[in-house]
Design a protein. Structure first.
Length: 280
């Protein structure tokens, strides 16, 4: 049995990481955490300018690095091109963060077929597409971690960014989005069951509300209501999701696979009556 090294529990130095939707919001926070902790981070998003600006910003932080590989993940051909570009630069991938996504909020009478196509394609289908095409790089990443008897010392990691709206019915109407995230959570578990044998773990972070461009409209209209329904009485901070991603990518989580970590300040398990009692 290897010796216990508590100081290395969150160590990601030297790892190669790909973060989709990495130019802003949750993806940028996660990419930042990896870069400042010594990883080599590739970020992708649809807008090349945003990718380049974020990469420049993160490269100034050191000791890790950040490389922009812009791509429109709605298109399968762009996923293929992205992986080809990554393959030219790397022989292994240690961490794949599937974060890119979109939301759609319309009432049940107005929710269009086009909305379903867009949201399910990006939030669910392309997660499978990209993961599938990155598999050989992830397998190489697991091999580079070395073997300890019959098991992998340091598995490659798939980290999927889900949502509490895929776990419980929200108080607003986001049919395609909620369904896509519920599907993503189960896809992640399916990845874990299939790929663990090859030294690849798959876990999900089910996020509650974080301030970002995608959630701005929702939080501007329902923000106060959502805060009051959250036991910890605030929205998520960058440190919350970035730290959780580092945990899932480091030695501390090398035996965790198929998990869905709820990151929502307790909102999904809130007991309104308990809040009243706490005020007494």
């Amino acid at each position: 049995m290897s010796s216990f090294k508590a100081e290395n529990l969150y160590n990601v130095a030297g790892k190669v990481v790909l973060v989709t939707g990495g130019s802003r919001g949750i993806g940028k926070w996660i990419a930042t955490a990896f870069a400042v902790n010594g990883a080599k981070v590739y970020i992708t998003s649809r807008t090349a300018k945003d990718c380049e600006e974020t990469a420049k910003e993160l490269n100034a932080l050191r000791p890790g690095s950040c490389i922009a590989l812009p791509a429109d993940l709605q298109r399968e051909s762009e996923v293929e091109r992205l992986v080809e570009e990554l393959t030219k630069r790397e022989k292994a991938l240690h961490v794949l963060v599937n974060n890119a996504g979109a939301a759609w909020g319309d009432g049940i009478d107005e929710h269009t077929d086009a909305a379903w196509t867009k949201i399910l394609t990006l939030n669910l289908q392309r997660v499978f597409t990209l993961t599938q095409k990155c598999l050989w790089l992830l397998r190489e990443g697991a091999e580079q971690g070395g073997m300890d008897g019959a098991s992998y010392k340091d598995p490659a990691r798939i980290i999927n960014i889900g949502s509490i709206e895929g776990l419980a019915v929200a108080n607003h109407e986001t049919y395609a989005y909620a369904a896509s995230k519920a599907g993503l959570h189960h896809l992640s578990r399916t990845f874990a069951g299939r790929l663990g044998w090859e030294g690849i773990t798959s876990n999900t972070i089910a996020c509650g509300p974080f301030y970002s461009k995608m959630t701005q409209h929702l939080l501007d209209n329902l923000g106060e209501v959502l805060v009051q329904r959250t036991p910890l009485l605030r929205f998520g901070k960058p440190e919350d999701v970035a730290g959780t991603a580092l945990f899932l990518a480091g030695p501390a989580a090398s035996w965790m696979s198929g998990a869905t970590l709820t990151l929502d300040g307790g909102s999904i398990v809130a007991m309104p009556s308990a809040r009243q009692s706490a005020k007494l």
